[in-house]
Design a protein around this ligand. Structure first.
Ligand SMILES: Nc1ncnc2c1ncn2[C@@H]1O[C@H](COP(=O)(O)OP(=O)(O)O)[C@@H](O)[C@H]1O
Ligand SMILES: [Mg+2]
Length: 405
């Protein structure tokens, strides 16, 4: 099977997915905007061929270039795991007459208003919502929906340009800040904990699923710099307290008619025990989440995804052995990393539960924590017992400090 993979090198998990495809016997044709020599070695080794395009964001030009290429080397599938290219992948499929997610479905996964409308019609509990493109429209929608509410871009990512507002005065303060966003969702604010429901599907069947817990909720994590945000992959996603979320997740996959590949849904568990839909992407979760899912079950979901899309099955056993957590660190101060404090003592206390430490080394410039959750580095830990895992993760949150100047 020849698989066209859009963006096989970026974001930084993609080389693993490209390698996964090659490992299950696919001939992988990469499509990207970098010269082949600039691709990571893992991607280059996985590719049977590579098509360099001037831009991945000029859909018509990419389609034309792929059309010229395909007759000589027929393509069987088009895949991407990078959210901004989900619609382009669908356009290529339609253009080449290939099976898989259609443009209509892909747009539903990208447009947060359309997504909620479709789900609402299927009886899924979504926040009350409205699509708005003017300040006056936002104010009127707020009156209908009620406060507190959230204003966010219709196709956002990483909580950018997302605001919680408690009343009309706050909304009036926020509107100038979102003026550059052409279309926003105005949404009922849902209180409670925030979780994910991630799947690998084939033929519309869920072959693997995962529930992760955000500590704290992403909107808070992106607003308060001193926090070391965690994503915690739960060893036991089948506990009774998450039953409503699992049912929601399955209903959403069905309602959207999703068939093959990764999905990443976010949902809220309210203090009253209700599960409320947040959003869903037709792609894996980012920020190293696939890695922590792998560590939780000792599986390789990069190859597992590939097997699902190429062969329609997942043959690796999924044994849920651990809870695993990634803890993202943000340095104090600006400029370059100077000093890392507390790591040795943490490793002597918890070393056997630590599977990965990837902190920026002294001398490296700080990353912009607003732009990337990866911030100034991360630690991955795992433990079979959830309270112990949380204690270890919190210890890395408080006792590991990075200083920059
Ligand atoms: N209706 C809502 N109620 C409560 N919190 C919300 C709501 N919508 C968004 N948020 C918060 O904002 C974050 C980002 O919103 P989300 O829709 O997930 O967009 P993004 O694509 O930026 O991840 C969420 O993870 C959540 O913490
Ligand atoms: Mg989100």
């Amino acid at each position: 099977m020849r698989v066209l993979m859009l963006a096989p090198a970026f974001p930084n998990e993609m080389p693993f997915f490209a390698r996964g495809l090659a490992s299950v016997g696919a001939r992988v044709v990469g499509v990207g905007d970098q010269p082949v020599a600039a691709l990571p070695a893992m991607t280059r080794e996985a590719l049977a061929d590579y098509l360099q395009v001037p831009s991945l964001f000029d859909d018509d030009a990419v389609l034309a270039q792929v059309r010229r290429y395909a007759p000589g080397s027929p393509i069987d599938r088009v895949e991407t795991l990078w959210e901004p290219l989900v619609v382009l992948a669908a356009r290529l499929r339609e253009g080449l007459g290939l099976p898989g997610m259609t443009v209509g479905q892909a747009v539903t996964f990208r447009d947060k208003e359309r997504m909620k409308q479709v789900l609402e019609q299927a009886g899924v509990r979504v926040p009350r919502h409205s699509r708005e493109s003017t300040a006056r429209g936002c104010l009127e929608a707020a009156e209908r929906i009620g406060y507190p509410l959230v204003v966010k871009p219709i196709a956002g990512a990483g909580s950018a340009d997302t605001y919680k507002v408690a009343n009309r005065a706050e909304l009036e303060g926020v509107l100038p800040m979102v003026r550059h966003v052409p279309v926003v969702s105005v949404e009922e604010f849902i209180a409670g904990e925030e979780y994910t429901f991630d799947t690998v599907c084939a033929g519309g069947r869920i072959l693997y699923y995962n529930v992760s817990w955000y500590r704290p909720k992403p909107l808070i994590a992106r607003t308060v710099e001193w926090i070391s945000p965690q994503t915690v992959t739960l060893r036991d996603p089948d506990v009774e307290s998450l039953a409503a979320g699992r049912a929601l997740g399955r209903a959403v996959i069905d309602a959207l008619g999703y068939r093959d590949g990764f999905t990443h849904m976010e949902w809220f568990l309210t203090p009253g025990g209700e599960a409320v839909f947040g959003e869903i992407g037709a792609r894996p979760p980012g920020a190293r989440s696939v890695e922590i899912m792998n560590y939780a079950c000792d599986v390789d979901l990069f190859a597992g995804w590939a097997e699902a899309v190429v062969h329609g099955r997942l043959s690796q056993p999924v044994e849920r052995r651990y809870n695993s957590a990634i803890i993202f660190k943000r340095a104090h101060g600006r400029g370059r990393i100077r000093h890392i404090a507390g790591l040795e003592s943490l490793l002597s206390r918890f070393g056997q539960h630590v599977v990965s430490v990837e902190l920026l080394p002294p001398g490296a410039p700080r990353r912009n924590w607003k732009n990337t959750l990866l911030s100034d580095g991360w630690i991955i830990v795992r433990h079979p017992h959830l309270p112990t895992l949380l204690h270890i993760a919190d210890s890395f949150g408080t006792d590991l400090q990075i200083y920059a100047e």
